[in-house]
Design a protein around this ligand. Structure first.
Ligand SMILES: [Zn+2]
Length: 108
């Protein structure tokens, strides 16, 4: 099966996954930011655990809590962005293609 450009009938086309990629990047960045904003929660939890070993434990707990929040937030955000972007790339179960010859973007 070869896909032809609807404008110039060229078979020199390629899948365009830009929405998926940009969705994943945006979701990952947004999720990481949201995770970092939860640093207070992570710090509180870390401090509670770290209270067994005062000062040092609190500091380590705060850092660990913030990092965990950022990493988990980034991962879930990326997964969400990937899902949304994937849905945009596959409207009506079709893929987006771009023609290398004339640059036309079309769904097939
Ligand atoms: Zn074309």
């Amino acid at each position: 099966m070869s896909i032809l450009c609807p404008r110039c009938r060229s078979s020199n086309v390629y899948r365009d996954d830009r929405y998926r990629v940009s969705g994943m990047v945006a979701g990952g960045a947004g999720g990481a930011a949201a995770g970092f904003s939860g640093i207070g929660i992570g710090a509180a939890a870390g401090a509670a655990i770290g209270s067994v070993v005062p000062v040092l434990g609190s500091a380590i707990g705060a850092i660990t809590g913030g990092l965990l929040g950022a990493v988990s937030g980034g991962l879930s955000g990326a997964a969400l962005g990937h899902g949304v972007g994937h849905a945009m790339d596959n409207k009506h179960n079709r893929h987006l293609y771009r023609c290398r010859r004339c640059g036309k973007l079309f769904a097939f």
